[in-house]
Design a protein around this ligand. Structure first.
Ligand code: P71
Length: 514
């Protein structure tokens, strides 16, 4: 490999290409593109086939779009960032968006719309009832998801609120692979209990498994036997599994879950926020799915379900919007009443006509294979750049975000001193990057009588990548800042609360450095 590397390096120098000094067996990085020479040999081809399960993908997939409108962003000075963060009480949620250089707080509602979607805004039919944009959305929802009925909502949690208000009563249980916060909160708001049944591998930060977001089917079976089917009005599957790191759920798992539920007459609803990303993982990783189109896989997924909730702020590629879909007519009628009460008439559900049209187009665009290949490739690229420098992250990377493992990043900071929050603060101070803590600030619980704290197993910092917003260079910048910070991690100290609200602490708490 030595001579070969030298030749490549000389060639690259001749063509003024930037090469990284990493030449592993059979792999060369040229301007960030991994060339896997091994695949050109018969052994390599066999290996590639064998590895298909765990996914082999070129690291860089160029953007399948060009940029027509730009929005200026500015990297402030270190002194300005220190002042901004102090003014925000060291809570990143309070930092002004204009003072953030790369905003990775969430991938929800932060997508860039396409020219077709911007054009859609001009054909908004703003009639109160039966606007034509409702029909466009109806075509998209029935074409992709295939459910008999649907109701537009202003975002995902509105769909959840309506669904659970119509189905769950006090003392009921709703199992899920892992409930997202708003799903859990909406179930608890009507007196139900949200139960997580993820597979064991899903809870281990470094376990490699193709479908780490799966539900544990045996646990589901036992759970139903334990509490009784009559106390489970519905079950859910969140695809991809956001709370477990944006990990995908396999088609086989969806089918197996449906089979168990069917035996007991329990309906299955899918939390479909990131379903298109999940579809792409299935296409890449699941046996027999490689030749199917993304639409075919999506149809197959939803044919296993009785309905879905959707936050179109993710895989609907819009800044606002969502829907609730179902096959059951009685549920549709009940939900329609609640929609009118809380959101608006059944053909607009809290949205403008133009929003419905943009959502209809976004839903189709998110299934474009070239888009998905780039999207998943981008997340993977950032993850690989961090891994190759030894930065501890949740592995393998999921579909929408890279999660830093703050416990391994800052082993000298005890959980009581909030290592995740300290890392979030330093990412901002170092490079104007906004991430979000998913660790002790969000999940640690205090026993009110003893005052003792229980800390969560995982102490993570999520770097969520907005869709179609940042380029390769932005991600290189993010990786460089994180690697730089990792090299001087010993200098980072912990944090403590100066204000600790009783509910949903992470949104409004204030901090200082220890
Ligand atoms: C994310 C969000 C947005 C968010 C929500 C609440 C606090 C902080 C950030 C929203 C989801 C989601 C899943 C799987 C339902 C919703 C709610 N995620 N299910 O990850 O991830 O959708 O925001 O449209 O109401 O940053 P909604």
């Amino acid at each position: 490999m030595g001579n070969f590397s030298t030749i490549i390096t000389l060639l690259c120098a001749f063509f003024k290409l930037h090469t990284l000094p990493k030449f592993t067996f059979g792999t060369t990085r040229i301007r960030g593109i991994i060339v896997n020479w091994g695949v050109f040999t018969p052994a390599g081809a066999a290996l590639r086939q064998a590895n298909k399960e765990v996914e082999i993908m070129p690291q860089i997939v160029p953007e399948p779009y060009r940029i027509k409108a730009v929005e200026p962003i500015r990297l402030t000075t270190r002194a300005e960032r220190e002042a901004s963060l102090a003014a925000a009480g060291y809570n990143i949620f309070f930092v002004q968006s204009e003072d953030v250089y790369i905003d990775l707080l969430t991938d929800s509602g932060t997508s860039a719309m396409s020219d077709a979607q911007w054009a859609a805004l001009m054909v908004g039919d703003e009639a109160y009832a039966c606007c034509r944009n409702y029909d466009s959305l109806k075509d998209a929802v029935s074409g992709i998801f295939g459910f008999r009925y649907f109701l537009p909502t202003h975002q995902g949690r509105a769909a959840e609120k309506i669904l659970f208000a119509a189905t769950v009563k006090s003392g009921d249980y709703v199992p899920n692979n892992t409930h997202f916060d708003t799903t859990r909160a909406n179930i608890e708001a009507v007196g139900g209990q949200a139960v997580d049944l993820p597979i064991a591998e899903g809870l281990v930060p470094t376990s490699h498994c193709s479908f780490k977001g799966n539900m544990d089917v045996e646990s589901l079976r036992h759970f139903i036997e334990d509490v009784g089917a009559q106390r489970i009005p519905l079950a859910m599957l969140t695809i991809t599994n956001n709370s477990a790191g944006g990990q995908p759920v396999s088609l086989a798992n969806i089918r197996a879950v449906k089979e168990v539920l069917s035996e007991h007459g329990i309906p299955l609803f899918i939390d479909a926020c990131r379903y298109a990303e999940n579809v792409y993982f299935i296409k890449q990783r699941e046996a027999g799915c490689g030749d199917k189109t993304t639409l075919e896989i999506a149809r197959e997924i939803f044919s296993c379900a009785d309905g879905c909730t959707m936050s179109a702020k993710k895989d609907g590629l819009v800044n606002i919007g969502g829907f609730l879909a179902m096959n059951d007519e009685h549920l549709y009628q009940q939900a329609s009443q609640l929609l009118i009460l809380w959101e608006g008439f059944i053909t607009y559900g809290g949205l403008a006509g133009r929003d419905l049209e943009a959502m209809a187009r976004g839903l189709w665009e998110a299934l474009d294979e070239r888009y998905l290949r780039h999207r998943i490739g981008q997340v993977r690229y950032l993850a690989e750049r961090l891994l190759e420098q030894g930065v501890p992250i949740l592995e393998p990377p999921g579909g929408h975000a890279v999660y830093l493992d703050a416990r391994r990043f800052l082993p000298h900071i005890p959980q009581a001193q909030l290592p995740g929050q300290a890392l979030v603060a330093h990412l901002y101070l170092e490079g104007g990057i906004r991430a979000v803590e998913i660790g002790s600030v969000m999940f640690a619980r205090k026993d009110e009588t003893t005052g003792e704290w229980t800390y969560p197993e995982l102490e993570l910092v999520r770097l969520a990548i907005p869709r179609r917003v940042y380029t390769q260079t932005h991600l290189d910048y993010v990786a460089d800042v994180i690697v730089e910070l990792y090299h001087k991690r010993d200098q980072i100290c912990g944090m403590r609360y100066t204000y600790e609200p009783p509910l949903l602490r992470h949104f409004t708490a204030r901090f200082e450095f220890v």
